[in-house]
Write a protein that binds this ligand. Structure first.
Ligand code: MRU
Length: 366
C-alpha cells in the first residue's frame, strides 16, 4: 500500500542482496519511516518480540523469512534450524500465524537433503507465505466491500461509518490488511466511507498505525479515545464494526487486541453489526474454546508510560507514578455469539463451527 507516492509491503527480500530481509520498523511510526535490515534468525526473533513488526499475518511472514535466514546460516544442520524455529516460536504467544508459518517452513525444509536444497525450499516457502498473505487479504477486501456497499445503499449513498480497533491494516500483514481491506476496496471504488479509529491503549496501534496508513491512502478517518466507542454507537454514529484477529478458534471465538470484547458488547447492545476479518492462517484448528487461547501479558511499563520516536530520538513520558503497579493483558476473547460474521478469503460466514469448517473442510481433516 501507499507510503507517500510509493507502494510498499511490510516485509521483503532485499533485491540487491538475497541474504537480507527488509522490513518497516513499526515502533517508529507515525513520525519516522525506517526500513530495517535483518540478517539472522536471532535478529528476526528480536524484531518480532520487540514489535518492530507485529500483527498476526506479518508475524507469520516474518517467522517464515526468519527460517529462510536460519537455512542460510545453518543449512547443513536441520537440528540448528529447529533451534532457530524454537527461538522464533517463543517470541509471542497469541497470534497463531506464528506457529502455522513455522510448522509449514519446517515441513518444507525437512524435505531438503542438503544445505542448498534447504535454502531453496525455505526461500520459496517464505515468499509463498508472504504472497499468500497478501492475496488472502485482497480477497477479504473483495468479499467485505459488499457489506459496505449494502450499508451505503441502505443509507441512500450517505457515508458509511466503520469503527475499527487496533491495527488490522496492511501494517499487520504483508499488504492490504484484513479489517482494512474492505475499507480500501470501498474507498477505491468511490463508496463514501469514514473510519472511527480506536486509539488502542497501551501501545497505540490505532492512533499510531491505523490512522497513519489510512491517511497515506486518503481514507477519511477520525481517531477516538478507546472509551468513546460505546457512546458513538448509542448515538447511531457507527454503521459497522470491523476488526481483525490474532487467533480464532474453529468454533468462532475471536482473540484480538485488548478492548475488542467491550466493543463487541457495545455493538450487540446497539444492534451494530460486528464483523471479524481474517485469513485462514489465523484460525486455530486445534482449540475449541476461546478460553484456552494463550493471552500475552506484556511489560507494565507499556501501561505506565507513553513512548514515541521522532527524528530518530526515543521519547518516554511517564503517565503513572513509578511505584504504582500496572497490568498489561495484550488480548481478550470475544465469544462467538457476539459476532455477526467472519470475512475470510473464501467468503463471509457466521462464527460457528459448522460454517467455518464448511468453508475450510481440508483444514479440519489435517
Ligand atoms: O500486539 P499486536 O500489535 O501484534 O496486535 C495485533 C493486532 O494488531 C490486533 O490484535 C489486530 O487487530 C489483529 S492482527 C491482524
Amino acid at each position: 500500500m501507499k507510503v507517500g507516492d510509493r507502494n510498499f509491503r511490510t516485509i521483503w527480500l532485499d533485491a540487491a542482496d538475497n541474504t537480507v530481509v527488509q522490513l518497516i520498523d513499526q515502533r517508529k511510526l507515525p513520525h519516522d519511516f525506517v526500513i530495517e535490515d535483518i540478517r539472522t534468525p536471532e535478529e528476526m526473533a528480536t524484531a518480532i518480540r520487540e514489535m518492530h513488526v507485529r500483527g498476526a499475518g506479518l508475524i507469520g511472514a516474518a517467522a517464515g523469512y526468519g527460517l529462510y535466514l536460519a537455512a542460510l546460516r545453518y543449512g547443513d544442520s536441520f537440528e540448528e534450524i529447529r533451534k532457530a524455529a524454537a527461538l522464533l516460536a517463543a517470541t509471542r504467544p497469541t497470534a497463531v500465524n506464528l506457529a502455522w508459518a513455522i510448522e509449514r517452513q519446517l515441513k518444507e525444509i525437512s524435505r531438503g537433503s542438503n544445505a542448498e536444497e534447504r535454502i531453496r525450499r525455505s526461500r520459496e516457502t517464505a515468499e509463498a507465505i508472504a504472497n499468500e498473505d497478501a492475496a488472502s487479504c485482497q480477497r477479504i477486501g473483495e468479499y467485505g466491500v459488499a457489506l459496505i456497499r449494502q450499508l451505503a445503499s441502505k443509507k441512500n449513498g450517505q457515508t458509511v461509518n466503520v469503527l475499527t480497533h487496533c491495527n488490522a491494516g496492511w501494517l499487520a500483514f504483508v499488504d492490504y490488511g484484513s479489517a482494512t481491506a474492505p475499507i480500501y476496496a470501498a474507498h477505491g471504488s468511490g463508496l463514501p466511507v469514514h473510519v472511527w479509529v480506536n486509539e488502542t491503549r497501551p501501545r497505540g496501534q490505532g492512533s499510531k498505525l491505523t490512522a497513519w496508513e489510512l491517511g497515506q491512502e486518503g481514507v477519511p478517518h477520525t481517531v477516538i479515545a478507546d472509551n468513546a466507542a460505546g457512546h458513538l454507537m448509542q448515538r447511531g454514529l457507527v454503521d459497522l464494526v470491523l476488526v481483525g484477529t490474532d487467533r480464532t478458534t474453529y468454533t468462532g471465538d475471536v482473540a484480538n487486541k485488548i478492548g475488542t470484547y467491550m466493543k463487541a458488547l457495545a455493538a450487540a447492545d446497539n444492534n451494530v453489526p460486528f464483523y471479524v476479518a481474517l485469513p485462514s492462517s489465523s484460525f486455530d484448528w486445534q482449540t475449541r474454546n476461546g478460553r484456552d487461547i494463550p493471552i500475552e501479558e506484556r511489560s507494565d511499563d507499556e501501561v505506565k508510560a507513553a513512548e514515541v520516536w521522532s527524528n530518530g530520538v526515543h521519547h518516554r513520558i511517564a503517565l503513572a507514578p513509578n511505584d504504582s503497579p500496572a497490568s498489561n493483558f495484550a488480548f481478550d476473547v470475544t465469544p462467538r455469539h457476539l459476532i455477526t460474521g467472519l470475512i475470510t478469503e473464501r467468503g463471509i460466514c457466521p462464527a460457528d463451527e459448522i460454517s467455518i469448517t464448511g468453508l475450510f473442510p481440508e483444514r479440519i481433516a489435517s
